[in-house]
Design a protein around this ligand. Structure first.
Ligand SMILES: CC(C)(COP(=O)(O)OP(=O)(O)OC[C@H]1O[C@@H](n2cnc3c(N)ncnc32)[C@H](O)[C@@H]1OP(=O)(O)O)[C@@H](O)C(=O)NCCC(=O)NCCS
Length: 187
């Protein structure tokens, strides 16, 4: 499925390209990154697996996956998955693999650009996500995007000898406000 290039003030969302595979392999082999992801504890992908994954996302009608770039540098990825035309909803997922870019506002800006695309271009009504309870940075970023905590599944994950809750967050189209210097304020 063809995805567009979406430019924000500091962040650009662009289609995945094969040369992104190398960065994904590096990032998904870094436990300081994966500790925040569902895949933590699984074997990290090989370069050929990652290339196959990139190919498969392009054919997947229920998914729109982008790479996140800042000044031309590939720093991470984000996606709408499980897109349901019938129910007008999709699941949001994001990771910035280049740790230098954590905490600089890139994830929040990228998330807002993706939600604007989800609601205005794809015509979705609801976007939802799940996050492990200790990922405070992600939860803060999601709240800044406009997501609300809707519930939690208690002690869902077992990591490093402890159980952790899974937090469910969601946002509806009429709750999302998009504002950027480039485009001005709009709903
Ligand atoms: C989660 C993620 C996408 C957020 O993007 P980001 O660009 O780092 O986040 P932002 O800078 O936009 O916002 C982070 C907020 O958390 C705060 N924060 C930053 N580091 C923090 C930390 N270590 N602990 C708690 N809060 C932190 C920031 O101050 C900011 O809030 P503020 O603007 O109110 O001050 C990114 O950090 C990331 O990809 N992390 C690793 C993988 C991951 O967690 N993916 C999400 C899985 S659900």
């Amino acid at each position: 499925m063809k995805v567009p290039i979406i430019k924000g003030k500091n962040v650009t969302l662009r289609p995945l390209v094969m040369s992104d595979a190398k960065n994904f392999c590096l990032w998904l082999a870094d436990s300081e990154v994966t500790i925040f992801l569902q895949i933590h504890g699984e074997p990290s992908p090989t370069l050929s697996e990652e290339k196959r994954y990139i190919m498969s996302t392009k054919k997947d009608l229920s998914k729109r996956q982008f790479s996140i770039a800042v000044a031309g540098v590939h720093i991470g990825t984000l996606a709408l998955s499980s897109i349901s035309e019938k129910n007008k909803r999709a699941e949001f997922g994001i990771f910035i693999g280049d740790k230098k870019y954590w905490g600089q506002g890139c994830g929040t800006e990228a998330g807002k650009l993706l939600l604007h695309y989800a609601f205005q271009t794809l015509g979705l009504h609801r976007v939802y996500l799940s996050v492990i309870g200790y990922n405070i940075r992600a939860i803060k970023s999601y709240e800044k995007i406009g997501f609300r905590i809707e519930g939690r599944e208690r002690q869902y994950f077992f990591r490093e000898g402890h159980y952790h809750d899974k937090i469910i967050m969601g946002i509806l189209k009429n709750e999302f406000t998009f504002k950027s210097k480039k485009y001005g304020k709009r709903k």
